[in-house]
Ligand binder design. Sequence first.
Ligand SMILES: *[C@@H]1O[C@H](CO)[C@@H](O)[C@H](O)[C@H]1NC(C)=O
Ligand SMILES: *[C@@H]1O[C@H](CO)[C@@H](O)[C@H](O)[C@H]1NC(C)=O
Ligand SMILES: *[C@@H]1O[C@H](CO)[C@@H](O)[C@H](O)[C@H]1NC(C)=O
Ligand SMILES: *[C@@H]1O[C@H](CO)[C@@H](O)[C@H](O)[C@H]1NC(C)=O
Ligand SMILES: *[C@@H]1O[C@H](CO)[C@@H](O)[C@H](O)[C@H]1NC(C)=O
Ligand SMILES: *[C@@H]1O[C@H](CO)[C@@H](O)[C@H](O)[C@H]1NC(C)=O
Length: 493
Amino acid sequence: MKASKRILDTYAGVLSMNTALVLIVINCLFLVFQISSNAPSIYERGWWPPRPQLMGCVNATTTTMDEPLNMSSIDLSRGDVRFFHPHGIASRLIVEVGSYRNGPRTFSSVVMTSKHLNNLHEILYECEWVSSDDPPLKVKARPIKPDWNMGRLYGTMVLVCEFPRDVGTDAEGGRLVLTAGYAEPVFRSPERFVALTEMRGEYNASRYAPPYPYEITFCGSPLYGNISPQRVREWIAYHAWFFGEKTLFIFQDAGGIHEEVYRVLKPWIDIGRVRVQNLRQAEVYDGYYHHQFTMLNDCMLMSQTLANWTFFFDVDEFLYIPPSGEPYQPTIGSILAEKARNNVTQILFQNVKVSDGLCWKSTRRVLDEPKISRKWAFEKLVYANCDYGWKPDESRKYAVQPQRVWATGVHRSEHMKLDGKQEDMEITTLRAYHYHNTANGRTELCREFPLSPNGEPNSLNVRNCTLDFSMATLAPTIKSYELAMVGKQPFIL
Ligand SMILES: *[C@@H]1O[C@H](CO)[C@@H](O)[C@H](O)[C@H]1NC(C)=O
Ligand SMILES: *[C@@H]1O[C@H](CO)[C@@H](O)[C@H](O)[C@H]1NC(C)=O
Ligand SMILES: *[C@@H]1O[C@H](CO)[C@@H](O)[C@H](O)[C@H]1NC(C)=O
Ligand SMILES: *[C@@H]1O[C@H](CO)[C@@H](O)[C@H](O)[C@H]1NC(C)=O
Ligand SMILES: *[C@@H]1O[C@H](CO)[C@@H](O)[C@H](O)[C@H]1NC(C)=O
Ligand SMILES: *[C@@H]1O[C@H](CO)[C@@H](O)[C@H](O)[C@H]1NC(C)=O
């Protein structure tokens, strides 16, 4: 009881001190304004602040800066106290994004952090569990930095807290407090904040073990730019069908889920199949690719209590299971269940490139012409196993059992827990058709129809293409599935 009171008092202290600082700063600015209205402009050369008035708002326990400084070792009573007025982007040590309990004694927080500060200083991260029952329990946090080599101001950090014993499992409630302190004694106080609060009665052990509410979650990368509503409509209808009902799709909106895209997702949101995270505010922080790694990690950690498996790929990629040719045709559920039985934590699947402009139409050209623009992208674009004159990237995407990784990335998790096992899927078992460049724009896609005779290059400069109608032939099934699930939908290119 005492212990948690002490913590509360510390926060109260910090809070009121910050408020006081702001007031003091305002007070000082007001003084400066008064002075400068009777005096030459502050920007004129040779202007010097008249000391007596300004000293009136500075003393040994306060600062003129809006920064949480440790003032006990700064003496402002000597010399000319200089003022420092910051403008522009400040570099924060920690920007909290999400904190999650992952088990009886494990927590993870995903934050953005200034990479430069972390590179210049040794920063110590600490977790503390504070409850009314027991004395606080402190452990070092383990920082994982999945996107450290991307050249932006902020990087992603996953702070893992593993306590030596179970905490809060009596459902008495408690708080996870994080501290980030500089190892060198600079004038900075450690940053200390409550990352997660558990109310009395909130802890429920069954959340941290199967069965989870869903079998699968999908974690999308942040969407931005002028995304085509129709392409998103096609993607969600297809994957809602492909993954089945016990799947939750989590989309990240960095500006790309504009009004018309939202309209397309809305019916799926209403029936509980889709959730949208709005991260538009976070654009003020300079991070890699609209905070892709940060949000994928956040989504993965959120998924640890939501589903057996989590998929990571993009809205221009379409998962596909080729016909087995056997009486038994696997489904995504049966494939994942088999991997789980074999203790596979992570599966990687390969992307196959589809042309973004090479379309197929039947020989009855004249009749088809007006209809082609209304066709779905995966209905008309053809698999371009072509001779491009270069070899397309064999990019991979993946799925993990989220409970069995510490942190994750865009193309795979490199932070599997101890017993983690990874498996590359055969392209004949599971693959993704990659309709590169088709979702981020709102134009007709077809630029060329197959194929120049005799393997001559066509206007897209590809030749000797193999046609693959796997996706195209699924179109009627997907359209009637969409109709059954969410009713008639508009075509908004
Ligand atoms: C410093 O200034 C603050 C705000 O004016 C005041 O509350 C505090 O008592 C002063 N401290 C000292 C030591 O003068
Ligand atoms: C502030 O600085 C003093 C003197 O250097 C030190 O004793 C104290 O622990 C520091 N306080 C914090 C919160 O770091
Ligand atoms: C814990 O969660 C499970 C599954 O959601 C639920 O059935 C059970 O009633 C919960 N227990 C308590 C004590 O709330
Ligand atoms: C998810 O886990 C539950 C419980 O272990 C299991 O019954 C179910 O088959 C699993 N689903 C998948 C897709 O792995
Ligand atoms: C999976 O792991 C469990 C527990 O470590 C072990 O008992 C089992 O034999 C493993 N199964 C396979 C197929 O490797
Ligand atoms: C196209 O494929 C045929 C048969 O494989 C081959 O003979 C021909 O050289 C190829 N054409 C080009 C332009 O690569």
